[in-house]
Ligand binder design. Structure first.
Ligand code: HEC
Ligand code: HEC
Ligand code: HEC
Length: 392
């Protein structure tokens, strides 16, 4: 698991910039308000509306979502983070007097702070942090109806609840706060963000059951596509060299998955064989949408793992700048981690070798591509020798 090995974001240096985030966050607010029953305008109600004991405030697994969120999910603590000494220091170097009141921080840490009055049905408390409706959408138009027995998932979405089962839609909900941060925030000491849907959904402490055909590898892939779209968009907009390095690294990683995944994804094939002027933003977005619709099999997971483990020669490419190599390694180790886990192989040796790869990828300035390539070969050998049957 990501958390077991190390948190890349907290140990890494600076970079990045603003972005689609504004529009995505706006979409977060407005999406549900646009799909409503004609006369009724949607509004935020606050977590209290969801938290009664007969609804989502119970103790059993069917109704304990509020309990899980308030006790185990970092999102309910995200406002509190803004009043820590660390936030104070970040704010100080940005000339922000109060992080808990600045929209530069609350936009992600306390979305209720910036809800326009007409979208609030009651006085919303920013201290709720990233609350139920920050992900599920404004609830006024569906609060009553969504409990009806005859209300299917599609009916709920039609009445304004945000679609989160579809992995591409879900990734879009998370990535708005989880990939790009303004460069000056990073310089001021904000942790660098790196979005990875599968592992981060687990460490969020899921308050839901996935569908029976769930694949962690598929969630990983779609998450990386959506992250790539965001980074490429930002890199093109800002021309920030560090962001360009990160974009190049993620584009590399995704293009390495073409062999196992391309055959099932027409948008992917079109991307690989299209002209030299690739619009990464549009391409990765189209592939993410398509990848959310396919049925992912154990074979794809295994083939993808084996293919990515065999990329050592790219780390021996002396023409490539060290920072790009380091960024490639950063994304690659996360990929290997999620894919190895998704195979459900109990390969202790491969897992130990992966721990070493994580350590080698941890420090950006100290990254040694040749050493990493050697260890990656060892890992690849352990994976290829594994004869355990692939299970889904
Ligand atoms: C409105 C912004 C927002 C949205 C939407 C959002 N998050 Fe977060 N998330 C945050 C903030 C802010 C934190 C930091 C919490 C803190 O202060 O420690 C966080 C923390 C986390 C953490 C713990 C830290 C880490 O990165 O490991 C995980 C895991 C996580 N979020 C997963 C998700 C997932 C999965 C989704 C989508 C289903 C999601 N988040 C949607 C803002 C958001
Ligand atoms: C783009 C969304 C976004 C913005 C804007 C943002 N943050 Fe964060 N912040 C996050 C996420 C997501 C995390 C969790 C990162 C992780 O743990 O991997 C986080 C983590 C942090 C942490 C570390 C928390 C911990 O427990 O390790 C601090 C401190 C912090 N943010 C403060 C701030 C301050 C102060 C501001 C405004 C100057 C700000 N943030 C603006 C998304 C954001
Ligand atoms: C960080 C984003 C996020 C936050 C915050 C959040 N949820 Fe969820 N929730 C999800 C995702 C993703 C799913 C899984 C997709 C789905 O079932 O729609 C989900 C699923 C659910 C489900 C369906 C459970 C199942 O197994 O079918 C319920 C009920 C729910 N959430 C209620 C809540 C409540 C109540 C809160 C606030 C106390 C909350 N959620 C906060 C993202 C979030």
């Amino acid at each position: 698991m990501l958390s077991k090995r190390f948190s890349l974001s907290s140990s890494r240096g600076n970079d990045a910039l603003p972005l689609v985030r504004e529009s995505l966050l706006l979409a977060l607010f407005l999406l549900s308000s646009t799909v409503v029953v004609a006369s009724e305008t949607n509004q935020f109600l606050g977590a209290q509306s969801c938290a009664s004991s007969s609804c989502h405030g119970g103790a059993d697994t069917k109704s304990n979502q509020n309990l899980i969120w308030s006790q185990h999910d970092p999102h309910s603590k995200s406002f509190a983070t803004l009043i820590t000494a660390r936030s104070e220091r970040i704010a100080e170097s940005l000339n922000i007097t109060n992080a808990a009141k600045s929209s530069r921080c609350t936009v992600c840490h306390a979305p209720f702070a910036t809800v326009p009055a007409e979208l609030a049905a009651t006085i919303l408390d920013p201290a709720e942090g990233v609350s139920c409706e920050s992900c599920h959408g404004m609830a006024k138009t569906w609060l009553r109806s969504h409990t009806r027995k005859d209300f299917a998932h599609a009916d709920k979405v039609a009445s304004g609840m945000r679609e989160l089962r579809n992995l591409s839609d879900r990734a879009n909900a998370c990535v708005a706060c989880h990939q790009n941060v303004d460069a000056d925030l990073l310089t001021a000491g904000h942790p660098e963000l790196i979005f990875e849907l599968d592992g981060q959904s687990v460490s969020e402490h899921k308050h839901w059951q996935e569908q029976t055909n769930w694949s962690g590898a598929q969630a990983w892939f779609i998450g990386q596509l959506v992250a790539a779209r965001e980074i490429n968009f930002d890199a093109a907009k800002t021309q920030n060299p560090k962001q360009q390095e990160r974009a190049a690294a993620l584009n590399w990683l995704l293009s390495q998955t073409f062999e196992p995944l391309g055959p099932n994804l027409p948008a992917f094939r079109k991307f690989i064989f299209s002209s030299k002027t690739i619009n990464y933003f549009e391409s990765w977005n189209a592939i993410a949408k398509e990848a959310a619709e396919v049925k992912w099999t154990a074979k794809e997971t295994r083939d993808c793992l084996v293919r990515l483990a065999q990329t050592s020669k790219d780390f021996r490419d002396a023409k490539l700048a060290q920072p790009v190599q380091a960024r490639r390694a950063e994304r690659l180790v996360l990929a290997l981690d999620r894919l190895l886990l998704a195979t459900k192989w109990k390969n202790q040796k491969a897992s130990a070798e992966l721990d070493n790869l994580f350590k080698l990828a941890q420090s950006l300035p100290d990254f040694d591509p040749a050493q990493f390539a050697t260890k990656l070969d060892d890992f690849a050998q352990l994976i290829s020798a594994d004869t355990q049957p692939a299970s889904h």
